[in-house]
Design a protein around this ligand. Structure first.
Ligand code: PMT
Length: 223
């Protein structure tokens, strides 16, 4: 496939976890390393796209030729992603966004003896994928589904409830296909077809997703 086949296209990608503060030094999060989302951003840029990568806290180098916006919380990720999506052709959401945040973050470090944390009241975070999908119009939105059981069934449900064009179903119960791994094993779940891919490096999975994105984008208007 031609390297410049996404020239002129603007794509926003999310990657990594979010941190939801409990107090200034503690947070709720998950084990996402950002590798999958960063690989997608690098692949999209290599195909000539103008890429905005909205990244949660990770320790990866910024991919060459990609504009990176660093965020911490789901609320910040939503805002930055919506801003970038306003002028984009497509969004690919690979971030592992925390579904919940502590209802109130303490403004000082909680003291174990004086302020024991025996439970944390949680509030639900906004769903970035569902929010973008609702107002996507003719733009393409691709989401992920990280599942440990009934992977395809849950991915199909997410495709329908979130209202996106494609779900990358990720069986995260396997060591070779999960948070932090270098390889991934996914099935691309669309409304009319499902493509099961072999286990391969995340860079190659990214290439497959970008190929599918290319097919989903409407061809450029003739001049
Ligand atoms: O970062 P790595 O270490 O490389 O790991 C890659 C990965 C496992 C994180 C990645 O392949 C993956 O599966 N990403 C999605 C993780 C996830 O949170 O999945 P989910 O099934 O909970 O969410 C479904 C979709 O909704 C995802 O596209 C997610 O970005 C999106 N979402 C979820 C919650 C929320 N509040 N807002 C969202 O946009």
């Amino acid at each position: 496939r031609a390297r410049g086949d996404l020239a002129g296209r603007r794509i926003v990608i999310t990657a990594g976890p979010t941190h939801e503060p409990v107090d200034p030094v503690r947070y709720l999060s998950n084990a996402s390393s950002g590798k999958m989302g960063y690989a997608i951003a690098a692949a999209a840029a290599a195909h000539g796209a103008h890429v905005t990568l909205v990244s949660g806290p990770v320790s990866l180098p910024e991919p060459a030729g990609v504009g990176v916006i660093h965020v911490t919380t789901a609320a910040q990720m939503l805002e930055a992603t919506q801003d970038a999506f306003a002028t984009a052709d497509a969004a690919i959401l690979a971030a592992a966004v925390s579904d919940y945040r502590p209802e109130q973050a303490a403004d000082h470090k909680l003291k174990k003896a004086a302020e024991p944390i025996d439970n944390i009241a949680l509030a639900e975070n906004p769903d970035i994928l569902a929010t973008l999908s609702q107002s996507r119009g003719s733009r393409v939105v691709i989401g992920f589904a990280a599942e440990t059981d009934n992977v395809l069934e849950n991915a199909r449900k997410k495709l329908a409830t979130k209202g996106c064009d494609l779900i990358v179903a990720n069986d995260v119960s396997r060591d070779d296909s999960t948070f932090g791994s270098d390889t991934n094993r996914v099935t691309l779940v669309g409304p009319h077809d499902e493509t099961e891919l072999d286990c391969m490096p995340k860079e190659q999975v990214a290439e497959k997703i970008i190929e599918r994105l290319h097919d989903l984008l409407e061809p450029d208007e003739p001049l």
